[in-house]
Design a protein. Structure first.
Length: 126
């Protein structure tokens, strides 16, 4: 039993490191400025379609993290443009960021705090 308890934190650390995309972060305020400036960028929400329908960042595009491989052609135009990725808390976004970086996307960024912080801070939603 003790061995199992000691193994759980190790598995959690290992799982998190597997999805560490090394993508730089973007603050909520910086993203808001980019939205207001109508910057040529993609805000990619990788939560489920149901989560997306319940609310999302204005202008965000929805691709469930489980579908990124089959739908990557939809976002090819942003291969060399900023792509800001978010999910609810960061794990799914990290997986997608790694995938995008591995497939030649050059300006991938992670939204600090993801959707949970965006919503908690009362930022605009659609």
């Amino acid at each position: 039993m003790l061995h199992r308890l000691l193994l759980i934190p190790l598995l959690l650390v290992t799982a998190c490191s597997l999805f560490d995309s090394s993508a730089p972060t973007i603050s909520q305020q910086a993203l808001l400025k980019q939205i207001e400036a109508k910057a040529d960028m993609l805000i990619l929400d990788v939560r489920t379609p149901g989560e997306f329908r319940e609310g999302h960042i204005p202008g965000a595009y929805s691709i469930d993290h489980l579908e990124i491989a089959s739908r990557i052609k939809e976002i090819e135009a942003y291969r060399n443009k900023p792509v800001v990725v978010y999910c609810y808390s960061g794990m799914r976004a990290g997986m997608v960021e790694s995938y995008l970086l591995e497939h030649g996307f050059t300006k991938v960024q992670h939204l600090e705090g993801d959707w949970s912080a965006w919503k908690a801070n009362g930022q605009p939603t659609e």
